[in-house]
Design a protein around this ligand. Structure first.
Ligand SMILES: Cc1cc2nc3c(=O)[nH]c(=O)nc-3n(C[C@H](O)[C@H](O)[C@H](O)COP(=O)(O)OP(=O)(O)OC[C@H]3O[C@@H](n4cnc5c(N)ncnc54)[C@H](O)[C@@H]3O)c2cc1C
Length: 386
């Protein structure tokens, strides 16, 4: 089979690996606009369950990926200078560039053609010359735009702004830090992903962003401002920029996932708010799902239909959980009156995927401390109506 893949991110590279490994006679080309060492952002996280899926799909790349992992089991919530740790949440972090390099190397070992610095402005020609074309070209997908009449995308620009920095201050666990100043509320999502570096994503609502006059601030002034907001957390370490810019989160859904011999995967197909850390996981699990459908179903068309019908409910469930989490952070200012323990409880249960019983199993001490505080106050934490 001739397969053209537009976009050499986790979705495209991983699909190429799984498919070529299964049948080396496939002729697979990946078109990537960036160079092999370019990347945006810093680290990404995976849950323990995702790692098991990656091991089952391709043990060679799984071994490489896990060799570079930084693992932790705690979520830390910092509010009013107090840190609450909740244990029993198994996650691992890896630098995005390291993940891409591992996948690129595996592609090269298997004989997949990787064309870097190759922008695809017009998908039509590539589509005509192959049996299957994958649109794995990320959140602003050209493939999705070119066939938008068929995919019928639903794109929603969310109101919060976020900016993705790194720092050499090490956060040993997924750390959610809330800091208030005269402009409003800033939240940081941070975790270490190698021996020396952590991801540090700052998020705030538009009211805070406007009051802080961030729209008119230079890149250097923005970093200095945020270093000051999070001074107690950064411990004197600067924020590190990687072409970091303020972005409004783009929520992507598509009514149709396939069109003739074209299929979308990963962020081109769907996004899930970064606060549940699932973008890369979903992109790679999309690749696993499509690869399995191609193996179990006769004919590319049938496999694509099977992929859409079996994978859609899974993605919809993730997007529903991610939606709750995204809306929570959009309304973070309404939770700032809560005590650190209450805030930690509300945060842990925000997406609806974890309830009090699950939390009790994961960290009985945390739940005992929370319940003691609740019984002292005489009522359970009231979620504000937002
Ligand atoms: C702030 C932030 C934090 C995040 N944190 C996490 C996290 O902790 N954990 C996690 O799992 N995920 C995280 N994500 C999400 C994650 O980065 C994406 O979900 C993931 O990279 C999706 O993979 P993909 O392969 O679909 O797309 P991408 O990784 O975006 O890859 C698409 C590729 O296509 C290329 N491309 C685009 N257009 C063209 C074209 N016309 N021609 C040729 N090439 C093209 C691009 O250069 C790019 O390399 C985060 C995202 C953001 C924005």
């Amino acid at each position: 089979m001739k397969i053209n893949i537009i976009g050499g991110g986790p979705a495209g590279l991983y699909f190429a690996i799984l498919t070529k490994r299964t049948d080396p006679s496939h002729d697979i080309t990946v078109y990537e606009r960036n160079g092999p060492d370019d990347t945006f952002g810093w680290g990404v996280v995976f849950s323990g369950k995702t790692l098991a899926n990656l091991r089952d799909a391709d043990e060679t790349s799984h071994t490489e990926i896990t060799r570079h992992f930084k693992a932790w089991d705690n979520v830390d919530v910092v509010h009013r200078d107090q840190k609450i740790s909740i244990h029993g949440n198994s996650f691992s972090g890896i630098a995005r560039i390291r993940l891409l390099k591992i996948l690129q190397r595996r592609c090269q070992e298997l004989g997949i053609e990787l064309l870097f610095r190759t922008e695809v402005p017009d998908v039509g020609e590539l589509r005509a010359n192959c049996d299957l074309l994958l649109g794995t070209d990320g959140v602003n997908s050209t493939v999705r735009q070119q066939y938008s009449a068929h995919f019928r995308p639903d794109l929603s620009v969310r109101s919060n702004r976020y900016i993705w920095y790194g720092t050499n201050q090490l956060f040993h666990g997924l750390t959610l830090t809330f800091r208030e100043n005269e402009a409003g509320v800033f939240a940081a999502h941070s975790y270490k992903f190698d021996k020396t570096t952590s991801t540090f994503i700052v998020e705030c609502d538009s009211q805070t962003w406007n009051s802080a006059l961030l729209d008119s601030m230079s890149e250097a002034d923005t970093r200095a401002y945020l270093e000051n907001v999070f001074a107690k957390d950064l411990n004197g370490q600067p924020l590190l920029s990687n072409n970091s810019k303020w972005i409004n989160f783009l929520l992507v859904k598509n009514a149709q996932w396939t069109f003739e011999n074209v299929v979308l995967l990963g962020d081109a197909l769907h996004t899930a708010h970064f606060s549940i850390g699932s973008g890369t996981k979903l992109a790679m699990e999309d690749a696993i799902a499509l690869h399995e459908c191609l193996g179990n179903t006769s004919g590319v068309g049938n496999a694509m239909s099977e992929f859409e019908s079996s994978r859609k409910p899974v993605i919809e469930a993730y997007q529903a959980a991610a939606h709750e989490s995204m809306v929570w952070f959009e309304n973070a200012r309404h939770y700032m009156h809560l005590s650190p323990l209450e805030l930690a409880y509300v945060l842990m249960t925000r997406s609806g995927r974890v309830d009090e019983e699950k939390l009790r199993q994961r960290d009985p001490e945390f739940i005992a401390a929370y319940e003691e505080e609740v019984s002292r106050q005489g009522a359970k934490t009231q979620r504000p109506t937002v």
